[in-house]
Design a protein around this ligand. Structure first.
Ligand code: TRP
Length: 332
């Protein structure tokens, strides 16, 4: 019998999850939880690296993220959902790994660089933020994860993780840590409703899984489309038009999407018609998720219990890895 592959992923609890999270990784987590041993982490400590002054916000969003996980079908019977701060072993691993990474390497991590710009840190980047790729390496390696389902913006994190894994195993002449592979979905990145390349909370261009129909409607009807498509008769651009990117991602009727694209490119199909179709598609996608979410929202205590018991299980695994790490480093 071959051993089951191990998955580790997570999200920062700084807000509820949106459609970008769904196509970027939730969909793969739901699919893969049957064949793999999956750990899903609510990364509250990583959230502090750019929200140090808002612990209350993080606390509130731990449950929000957990509700979203459960609502999309991450099944606590198959997947261990846990809270990062309940696993101090991860922080201890981070301290050991930090000596295996150069400051220069961290400064050049593309994800970190991009986020520094986006968050407007300028010269005041918190040191904890600069080193979060190392703590993310600790998240992943603590569970000896083989697979990490993430959006493509996270691939540099996995690269950095694997550099640490190789260096650790080499200098401590051990085979303790395991290299991980990113699992990137077909549509690796969902644009925002404003046409920005990435949907994100920070950019305020997201459709949330919990958005009610009226909010959803406002967002869809105000979506960015092809700015040169002024009259209905004009030929419109499908490429880079988020309405069509979303239809590609969520409309089960692929033939209809193709027909609409052809019609739009030729001219004669208006934006409003496309948006109405998208609204219909997204609402039927989100309705069962919203309903399931509401069931869990009725019993937050139950969800907290799930997180605590998941964290207990996760701690056992992380503690075992930490022991192996310390053994080969002669830290006992
Ligand atoms: N950095 C991820 C994000 O911003 C969250 C995260 C923390 C994560 N630890 C992880 C993702 C480990 C994958 C694996 O969304």
């Amino acid at each position: 019998m071959t051993q089951k592959k191990v998955i580790l992923t997570g999200d920062r609890p700084t807000g509820p999850l949106h459609l970008g999270h769904f196509v970027g990784s939730l969909v793969n987590r739901v699919k893969m939880q049957d064949e793999c041993t999956q750990f899903v982490m609510i990364a509250d400590m990583q959230a502090l690296t750019d929200h140090a002054s808002e612990p209350e916000l993080i606390k509130k969003n731990i449950l929000e993220v957990a509700f979203d996980y459960l609502a999309v079908g991450i099944d606590p019977k198959k997947t261990t959902i846990f809270l990062q701060s309940l696993i101090p072993e991860i922080s201890e691993l981070t301290m050991y790994y930090l000596n295996l990474v150069t400051w220069n390497r961290l400064k050049h991590n593309p994800t970190v660089k991009q986020e520094i710009k986006q968050k407007n840190f300028q010269d005041s980047v918190p040191a904890g933020f600069m080193i979060y790729p190392v703590s993310q390496a600790a998240d992943i390696t603590a569970f000896k994860a083989d697979l990490v389902p993430v959006g493509d913006d996270q691939l540099p994190m996995i690269e950095q993780t694997n550099e640490i894994v190789r260096k650790f195993n080499r200098i401590y002449k051990a085979n303790v840590l395991v290299e991980a592979k990113g699992v990137v979905p077909q549509i690796a990145r969902l644009p925002g409703i404003d046409g920005n390349a990435k949907m994100s909370k920070t950019l305020k261009n997201a459709i949330y899984l919990k958005d009610e129909i009226d909010v959803l409607k406002k967002k869809v009807m105000s979506m960015y489309t092809d700015p040169t498509h002024l009259k209905i008769e004009d030929p419109g651009k499908v490429e880079g038009n988020p309405v069509f990117t979303y239809l590609d991602a969520f409309d089960p009727d692929k033939q209809k999407v193709q027909e609409m694209k052809d019609h739009y490119s030729k001219g004669g199909l208006g934006d409003v018609v496309c948006k109405k179709r998208l609204l219909e598609v997204l609402d039927s996608f989100l309705t069962p998720i919203r309903e399931k979410r509401k069931e869990y929202e009725k019993d937050p205590k139950h969800v907290l219990d799930l997180i605590y018991s998941g964290s207990k299980d996760a701690k056992i695994v992380a503690a075992k890895t930490l022991k192996e790490v310390k053994d080969v480093m002669h830290m006992y």
